[in-house]
Design a protein around this ligand. Structure first.
Ligand code: MTE
Ligand code: MO
Length: 250
């Protein structure tokens, strides 16, 4: 099911905390126990958005704070996402390349790994400081594949079946863009987009596609999921407001 809405919460909730019933429902949707609430002062869904979420009209997408998630919020525009691991995960690199490839998780783990510690910044305002990410530089995979002259951009696809993202080739070749296998010094969890997610350190977090399954070299930029809905392709933190017609969301 596709839930339309901006990549994050709207204006801060009026009451700071959702109703107990609403919170229980949302946590239930996330498959999380209510126990996490006790030690989760950062659970702060507004009643309205919680109720609209369960009624299927959430303007913010299926979101929620993860208890013990260190301040991260769970985002998925897909209602459910299959679990994939070492046995069934693969990442394809195709499109305008000399050598199309399909990498298993083991193959990705055997490649040179880069660790980076930067702040995570969602376009809606929440931020998680100093978060370690580790994985293969996207530029490494692109060099292996041999990018053809006609390619100027990269399209990313995800095994949730819905989300897409894009970068220009120049952005994709930056050293601070990773195909991340680890986050917070652990394997990327399913909730955070594991086993493999994109990490575009200098841009707002909507650029960091979760559940990454495909990297396709294209002739031109093909705007991603949120980009088709008004958010910037060039989502630089600080230099972009993410969305030109920013309503309450961005
Ligand atoms: N596949 C997929 N990737 C996604 C999203 C999504 O809905 N689906 N949401 C984006 C947004 S808006 C944010 S803020 C981050 C959230 O990552 P987190 O759930 O690990 O905090 O993932 C980004 N990548
Ligand atoms: Mo976001």
């Amino acid at each position: 099911m596709e839930v339309p809405g901006p990549p994050g919460d709207p204006a801060p909730p009026a009451d700071g905390e959702g109703s107990p019933v609403g919170r229980r429902l949302v946590l239930g949707m996330l498959g999380l126990g209510a126990a996490g609430l006790v030690s989760a002062p950062y659970v702060q869904r507004g009643t309205e958005s919680v109720l609209s979420a369960v009624s299927g009209k959430d303007p913010t997408g299926v979101t929620g704070l993860l208890p013990n998630g260190g301040g991260f919020r769970y985002y998925s525009v897909a209602a459910s996402v299959p679990h994939r691991g070492a046995g069934d995960y693969s990442l394809t690199v195709d499109g305008l390349v000399e050598h199309p490839a399909r990498h298993s998780l083991a193959e990705l783990r055997a490649m040179p790994q880069q660790r980076m510690v930067r702040d995570v910044q969602c376009v809606t305002g929440w931020r998680v400081p100093s978060t370690p990410f580790e994985g293969v530089r996207l530029s490494h995979l692109l060099r292996l594949a041999g990018v053809r002259r006609e390619a100027t951009a990269v399209r990313f696809t995800c095994f949730d079946g819905i989300y897409t993202e894009s970068l220009t080739l120049k952005q994709a070749m930056r050293d601070d863009v990773l195909v991340a296998l680890r986050m917070q010094d652990k394997p990327v969890s399913h909730e955070h987009g594991g086993p493999v997610r994109l990490y575009v350190a200098p841009m707002y977090f909507y650029k960091s596609a979760k559940w990454l399954s495909g990297i396709t070299l294209t002739r031109e930029v093909e705007p991603g999921y949120w980009e088709k809905r008004g958010y910037a392709v060039d989502g630089w933190v600080g230099k972009s407001n993410g969305r030109d017609d920013a309503p309450t969301a961005a």
